[in-house]
Design a protein around this ligand. Structure first.
Ligand SMILES: Cc1ncc(C[n+]2csc(CCOP(=O)(O)OP(=O)(O)O)c2C)c(N)n1
Length: 623
């Protein structure tokens, strides 16, 4: 039975700072054990948080948080931070509706300094904060090597080297993203080494010179540049950070908490930007997670003693599996098809094609904008790229979609996974904006399948002929199992889906004047009743024939979508009706003009009026 002798005394980092350095390894053990115990019954992001236990303890020990600012990247590694900053007792509510948020967020705690969820923003945000606060606080950004593959991180670094600031960047290098890390920078980091004796000597000399008034900021920068050239020469290696005037320390063992404390104490008062590179093990301290960090990134429920992951009873097939198998099937007959994923090969199931055709798949790292423009380049030379991006992460690629694909009418198929409500990952991860954001883009096709066969048909259609930028958005998981029994075999032969054509699922009962127009899987939430029901299938182009029929025959039109109401299907229908001189009553059901928080998908549907019962009562009132 684990006891939490030290951990239970810590209600804030101030309590932590009362411990001796020698007590910290024991505290780390307790914290690690607490995370494992809690997550086994309240699922969340395990492996990343296990890897940052020592770093988290050392940071809160050395820095005067919350006056000093810690900026986490993604925030999936910050469970230790939550637990040490007064949220230990509530931690069992993590990710549940009304409970702790899935990622750090400033309204939840004064220790959470900036919104987390989407990767690679920490350096830019922390630099902004460091620039604003000058010397009044210290600012630390913690970024993983995976998040370092995102372009935004480089934009931040580039600026760090020019703007006067005292920022400390901690590069938490575990050689893993969710899947194994990719890219040239990963190789660079593996080879990186430095002489700690050299760094220590340089620091002591610089400090003595500054204390005696011989060194000001400008001289220090010039000397640093000169030193860097000497060091590159001596070590036979150019350090990219030092080349940018960011002082580099490391690589350090990120699991030696006492050494981390010493290093942080030594560098925290140094003037100018600096980077501490630590090496850590994703899943550290839990052997199952260390062995298979991809599965244990977010394993769901598990038995903490045996390491057995309690897989939810599979009910039917997931859209992700359908995507993965269908892509391979199409690629087998169309040699031009290539697959692109920005760091989510397992999550989106492109790993199926990767295994069979590694040379035709590209994991480009956490680089959504690049993924789209890279796909456009491939398409320009005759390839038929399928670029799979989670809907909310595709927000990062908005201009690339407009400027690099749609404008040039390039045949890029964008499969937007995790569209609509995603559940426990919350506000940063819901695929809420794709429909509204993409609809105004000229020459773009936007489709949303209601079931597995439709996803297959849409993928088949997208790669036959040049339809320009073709967006297919579908949710996490599959068709709701309480609405339809699992299919015995979903691998139906594929056929072309007529572009811009929906279908009537149920004609109206005699005398009923209400028509429901739904998009994608929302179709499953429309209950039976006297109303007509159309599955629009395409948001763009909108089905003129259905619209004419609806405008002629019904006095009330209800639109149902799992994206924001502002700008999506409801707006498209209103615009069509206004443009064609029709004035039926239009009721738009969709996500509100608010950020929807975390909870189970069904809870969130109820919250937003999109669950079958809520829709039924809305329709009954109108019918
Ligand atoms: C913009 C964006 N794309 C993709 C993701 C999905 N994602 C979450 S964590 C992660 C891996 C991050 O790797 P790293 O920064 O090295 O942290 P680690 O988990 O290894 O500690 C990815 C790809 C995301 N959160 N944001």
């Amino acid at each position: 039975m684990q006891t939490y002798n030290l951990l239970q005394q810590i209600d804030s980092p101030a309590d932590l700072r009362r411990l001796t350095v020698k007590q910290l390894p024991e505290l780390c053990d307790e914290l690690r054990h607490f995370i494992i115990e809690q997550l086994s019954s309240h699922p969340g992001h395990l492996a990343s948080s296990l890897g940052t236990v020592e770093l988290t303890v050392a940071l809160h020990y050395v820095f005067n948080t919350p006056n000093d600012r810690l900026v986490w990247d993604v925030g999936h590694q910050a469970y230790g931070h939550k637990i040490l900053t007064g949220r230990r007792e509530q931690f069992h509510t993590n990710r549940q509706m009304g409970g702790l948020r899935p990622f750090p967020f400033p309204t939840e705690s004064p220790y959470d300094t900036f919104a987390c969820g989407h990767a690679s923003n920490s350096i830019s945000a922390a630099l902004g904060m460091a620039t604003a606060v000058g010397n009044s606080r210290k600012v630390v950004a913690v970024i993983g090597d995976g998040a370092m593959s995102g372009g935004l991180a480089y934009e931040g670094l580039n600026n760090v080297s020019e703007t006067p600031n005292n920022l400390l960047i901690i590069l938490n290098d575990n050689n893993m993203s969710i899947d194994p890390a990719v890219g040239g920078f990963k190789h660079y980091l593996q080879d990186l080494h430095t002489s700690s004796a050299y760094n220590g000597l340089r620091y002591r000399i610089a400090k003595a010179l500054t204390d005696h008034g011989f060194l000001n900021d400008e001289r220090r920068t010039r000397i640093l540049r000169f030193n860097n050239s000497v060091k590159s020469f001596l070590l036979g290696q150019q350090n990219i950070f030092e080349g940018m005037n960011i002082r580099y320390f490391g690589p350090n063992d990120g699991h030696d908490v006492m050494q981390l404390v010493r290093t942080l104490q030594r560098i925290k008062d140094m003037k100018g930007p600096k980077l501490l590179h630590i090496r850590t093990v994703k899943g550290k301290g839990y052997s199952e997670a260390e062995k298979d960090p991809t599965t244990w990134h977010a394993p769901g429920l598990f038995n903490p003693d045996t390491g057995e992951v309690k897989k939810a009873q599979a009910k039917g097939v997931k859209f992700q599996q359908v995507f993965g198998h269908t892509l391979l099937e199409l690629a087998q007959s169309n040699p031009d098809i290539v697959g692109i994923t920005p760091a989510m090969p397992t999550g989106c199931s492109m790993n199926i094609m990767m295994k069979a055709m590694p040379e035709r798949c590209f994991d480009v790292g956490i680089a959504e904008g690049h993924a789209v423009t890279f796909a456009a380049g491939l398409a320009r030379e005759g390839k038929r790229p399928f670029c799979n991006i989670y809907s909310s992460f595709a927000q990062r690629a908005y201009d690339n979609i407009i400027h690099d694909t749609a404008l040039q009418h390039l045949p890029v198929t964008l499969c937007l996974d995790r569209a609509g409500l995603v559940g426990e990952d919350g506000a940063t991860h819901h695929g809420a904006f794709d429909l509204a954001a993409l609809r105004p883009i000229p020459h773009i096709t936007i489709a949303a399948p209601m079931d597995e066969a439709e996803l297959r048909n849409l993928m088949f259609t997208a790669q036959s002929g040049n339809h320009g930028t073709f967006v297919i958005r579908y949710p996490r998981g599959g068709v709701p199992s309480d609405r339809r029994a699992p299919l015995p075999d979903w691998r139906t032969p594929m056929q072309a889906a007529p572009i811009g054509r929906g279908r009537c699922l149920r004609p109206a009962a005699e005398g009923c004047k209400v028509a429901v127009l739904s998009l994608g899987i929302m179709g499953w939430n429309i209950p039976e009743g006297p109303w007509a029901h159309y599955d629009m299938r395409f948001l763009k182009p909108l089905d003129d024939a259905i619209m004419e029929e609806v405008a002629d025959r019904f006095t009330t039109v209800v639109t149902v979508e799992d994206g924001v109401r502002n700008g999506g299907l409801g707006s498209a229908v209103l615009e069509w009706l206004a443009d064609h001189g029709h004035t039926p009553r239009v009721v738009r059901l969709g996500l509100p003009d608010e950020y929807v928080e975390h909870g189970s998908i069904r809870q969130l549907q109820t919250l937003t009026g999109l669950d079958p019962d809520s829709i039924e009562s809305t329709l009954n009132e109108l019918a």
